[in-house]
Design a protein around this ligand. Structure first.
Ligand code: SF4
Length: 201
């Protein structure tokens, strides 16, 4: 181990290891590119699904329309959203899994057992976790439907806030469920603001 590596923080060493991971490269037709964001001081954890094709190209989490919607839902500016000192973005699968039968394929199943627990235990400052989409919700809340969990979001506070995946499909769902915009989003913004440090902190 070189001296620079020896003096790195545990979470930085872990992120280095993840950056070099090729555990399921044979199944990744678009190649290996883990895309995530984390630091030991992050207060908000966005537990998401897997990068899409645009994110795979950019290497920046949620640099797509889904990310625009998620920033709008949470009320987070791009500056705050992309500040790893404040916000960690940890999908269930770190690399783009390619296309499936209907939309993107599920996150690679090898990824979470290899990395997730180690990474989450290094995120000890997290106050609120947004569970974005079914895969992240299943991992924490057990089996159920996204619609039911989102409707019962209060049951999971103050630690977890379940959300639908902010893909284009969520726009249709939102039109059918106006309470999401009227009631849930203001509460989500309040919880996100409360989780983050105040200016004087
Ligand atoms: S998806 Fe996860 S396990 Fe597979 S190569 Fe990428 S980082 Fe490694």
């Amino acid at each position: 181990m070189d001296m620079q590596h020896a003096s790195a923080k545990p979470i930085d060493r872990l992120l280095d290891e993840i950056a070099r991971c090729d555990a399921c490269s044979a199944q990744l037709s678009h190649g290996v590119r883990p895309v995530l964001q984390a630091s030991a001081t992050a207060r908000l954890l966005i537990a998401s699904q897997a990068p899409g094709s645009k994110v795979h190209k950019s290497g920046i989490p949620f640099s797509d329309r889904s990310g625009d919607r998620l920033r709008e839902w949470t009320g987070l500016s791009s500056d705050k959203f992309y500040d790893p000192a404040l916000v960690a973005i940890v999908p269930m699968g770190f690399c783009y899994p390619g296309r499936g039968q209907a939309g993107d394929a599920p996150p690679r199943p090898e990824c979470a057992p290899l990395w997730r627990d180690r990474l989450l235990s290094a995120l000890s400052a997290v106050r609120l976790t947004l569970l974005v989409g079914s895969y992240a919700q299943n991992a924490v809340l057990g089996l159920g439907t996204v619609g039911d969990r989102v409707r019962r979001y209060r049951d999971f506070l103050p630690h977890y806030f379940p959300l639908p995946h902010p893909s284009w499909r969520s726009q249709v769902w939102m039109r059918q469920n106006p309470w999401f915009e009227i009631e849930l989003l203001p509460e989500l913004r309040r919880c996100v603001t409360a989780a983050l440090p105040t200016d004087g902190e």
